[in-house]
Design a protein around this ligand. Sequence first.
Ligand code: F6P
Length: 254
Amino acid sequence: PLMKDLFGLTDLEKRLATHLHLKRVIVVPGDSDQSDWVKKEMGRAVARILKSIAQPDQVVAVAGGTTLAAVAEMMTASSSLKETTFVPARGGLGEAVELEANTIASQMATKSGGKYQLLHVPDQLSDEARETLIKEPHIQEVVELVRSARIVVHGIGDAKAMAERRKSSPQLLAHLQQEGAVGEAFGYYFAPDGRIVYYGRSIGLTLEDLAGADNVITVAGGSDKAASIAAVCPAVGGGTLITDEGAARAILPM
Ligand code: F6P
């Protein structure tokens, strides 16, 4: 706490929580766009929160991405997470295997000593194939588990960067640009006012399901993501944000 005050981070946290209408904000020093260890520090902060709020037999749904990979990396064995089941928040969203939510969920379980269940649903399915898959009993079971999650941990991406990372069609890229999309989370693309401009259909957690979770933990940093975080956080709805100084200073008005 003393170090935080020296850097003025406690004040930043309070101002950001008010500005984004969040219950709680944690700001780690530095800018993850500039140094990799800052992302790990955000990961460490998330790991600490997960340990402290754990309850027996809970489900934790996790998203994919490099920031969530840093969270998984920073998890350590914990008796409080032994009965936790980690699940991916969504089916495939077009990420590389290392960044898939399935991979992150299994790593978080392995590192913390918990359990996991996976959702084997590829991205870019035809409507017909998706409808068939959703009816599979095992998939249904996992989807129910995902939607019952007590804790959801997710990242935020820049809309254009995410669409490109997922190798989206030129049509989608043009649509996102036209609609002014700035942020992405859970496959939803948002405009600065929080409006959803596109929703990549997969299966798993929907934005509506978030209301049923006790804790929604958002983890995203880097000054380049300022506009994305500002657009997505209010839309996701009021939980905890773990970010870095770079993003926090860029989001707040001077
Ligand atoms: O694709 C999964 C996801 O969590 C997205 O919803 C989010 O925009 C992105 O990853 C964040 O990725 P990164 O942490 O690498 O910026």
